[in-house]
Every structure is written in structure tokens, then in C-alpha cells.
Design a binder for this molecule. Sequence first.
Ligand code: CP
Length: 303
Amino acid sequence: MKDLLDTDLLTKEEILLIIETALKLKKEGIKSLSLDGEIVSLLFFEPSTRTRNSFEIAAKKLGAIVVSMDTSGSSLVKGESALNTVRTLEAMGVNYFVIRHRDSGFPYPIAKKIQASVINAGDGTRGHPTQALLDALTMIEAKGDIFSKKVLIVGDILHSRVARSNIWLLKKLDADITLVGPPEFLPEEFKALDVNISYSLDEVISDADIVMGLRIQRERMEKMSISIEEYIKRYQINRERISKAKEDVIILHPGPVNVGIEMTEDILYSDRSLVERQVTNGVFIRMAILSLLKEMRTYGSNS
Ligand code: CP
């Protein structure tokens, strides 16, 4: 495996290897600067706080050189293509490209044309594999196992790359997934993913082991049919709803949270919420991915 493009392309064994490697790094600390001499390029064409900074921290902790290109101040604005930009950086010795872009599928053709590893840091509404991997690490740490756990993914499923990568990954780990949201965020096509669908959070919350809220992505839609007030009334993760859930339910959200809409502030910072632990785990998952990709490039793998 040269690249990490999405969770649908990973085997169950590869997913578990990444999670176990991250857990080991978290428990035992860094044993070697395994990326010493490697160069990691961060190419973010969309805003990011968590993904971009945690990749930079992860790469630097492992001893890599990190170059973060200001895409708006590069020769891209003179018309140079993304592929030529990446090839130019590869000619300077870059070994990894961490790419976020608003277009679904953006990193795939680039990965085919270069020797360096490409890591998808979010492509349009399609996927965000490193987020799904850190979510799974957080679930496994809290619950021991994901097998048969009832996971609710709540909110703007339609525009969420986090939801898609999580669905592919959680199905491989045999979780029991229910997508919850208003019909405009949960169209019929999602039934084909072989998951449960609910339009009522109140009907399904009592059985949940894990509740994952999603951000309403207004930048990816022209207008919302459901009003914010109605959304809050039917789908907000708040104290009243969580009081009807299991005592050991855990609450996740990839962030950034629209506080007071998807989730109330008291729930976000409650002892049921693992949102900050997700952020911490993001560094370890990205360290694991960077070091495993180097191992696979160096020693080879079947996939
Ligand atoms: N969860 C996530 O991708 O957050 P950022 O947009 O801040 O990277």
C-alpha cells in the first residue's frame, strides 16, 4: 500500500493494524524517529484546524521535515495544475502529500501519477479516512471493541465525508450503524449502504452505545429546508436526550461543532463526550499512518 485514500480501500486487518499501532504509540511513546529525513507536504485547498495541525505535529514528532504550502500564494494561481505542483514538490524530495480539497475524488488521479504517498485529508463530500480511523480508535479505547455496538451517526449525512468514511470502516468492524437525520440530509440512496435509517433521534437514542454528531455543512448547500429551530427540536444532542440513553453511552463529533445546534455546550464538555479525546487521538492515528506507509513503501505489502 503506497497511499491512504479511503477506508473502503482498506482491509479489516489494515484498519486494525493502524489502530493498534496508534494505541502502541500512545501507550509506549515514540521509540524511534521513524520519519527522520522524510519530507511531508501539507496541501490544504480547504480550511482545517484539526487535520492540518495534527498531521504537522505527528510528522514532526516522528522526525520529518514538514512543508505547508500556501495554496493561494503558489504558482497554482498562475494556472499551474495541481498535478504539476505535486510533481514539482516531489522533484524536491517530498515523500508524502497530505491533501484536502473541495472536489470529491481529487487525490485519486494524483496518487496514480507519483511515487510519493498520498494521504486523503478530506475530499469534497466523499471521504475523510483519517477522521474515521481516529474515531474508531476512540470508540475502541472507550468500549474495548466495536463488534455489534450500536452507533448512531446523526445530522447532515448528505454533505459529510466523515459519515461515508465512518460507514465503510464501521461496517468492516461489524458495528450496527444507524444513520439519523431529516430526510433532506438522509436521502434514499443511503439505504443502499446496508445500514439502518431513522428520521427520529428520540426513537433510537435509548439503544445507542455511541452517538456521533455531525456538523451541518452550510458551505456545501444552497439552502436548508428544515429550519435551525426545527433541527434543534428533533436532532440536537442535548441533556434531555442523553438522559434517555444508556448510562455508558459515549458522544463523538469530528468538529468543528456548531455549538448550540448539533450539540449543547454542556454535553460537549460532559463526561460522556470524547470530542477532545478524538482530537488527541488524531495525532496518534496520523503518526501510525505516516510510519506504516513508510514501512510499506520500504518493505512492500500485498495490497
Ligand atoms: N474534523 C476535521 O476534519 O476538522 P478540521 O476541518 O478542523 O480539520
